[in-house]
Design a protein around this ligand. Structure first.
Ligand SMILES: [Zn+2]
Length: 135
């Protein structure tokens, strides 16, 4: 039963960590040049080295770029806010959530923090968890 309880929530991407504490992202960091990537890599896109270590990413950050997306694939609710957030030096792509997607509410330089939300639950009661950033 404990396995089922543990599996009741799964991250939508493998670089989102859902522990008992606050959720956080992890990056693959090249041991040769320090470049960071999200998701497993076979080689570093910056220096072609093949050794990586996993590093936790700061949960707070600053919006460096954003766009309000008004058109998307069928089934994807619009508008939403796609953004790039600088998390203590690491650039992270993610949507800004829990805010009205209006240009009056979002600025570059604004402080945001990691937040998670439910993407839905399957027939076995397993809930998929996505991430975004909230003001
Ligand atoms: Zn590298």
């Amino acid at each position: 039963m404990s396995d089922a309880a543990l599996a009741s929530k799964i991250p939508h991407v493998d670089y989102l960590v859902l522990d008992d504490g606050d959720p956080y992202l992890v990056a693959e960091e090249c041991t040769s040049c320090g470049a960071r990537f999200f998701g497993r890599r076979n080689a570093c896109a910056a220096c072609f080295a093949t050794e990586f270590t996993t590093v936790p990413i700061a949960r707070e950050g600053t919006v460096t770029a954003f766009t309000i997306v008004a058109f998307a694939a069928p089934g994807v609710p619009v508008p939403f806010v796609a953004s790039v957030v600088d998390c203590d030096g690491t650039s992270v792509k993610g949507n800004i959530i829990n805010v009205d997607p209006d240009p009056a509410n979002i600025q570059t330089g604004m402080k945001v923090r990691l937040a998670t939300y439910s993407l839905g639950t399957d027939d076995n009661g397993v809930e998929a968890i996505g991430y975004g950033f909230e003001p």
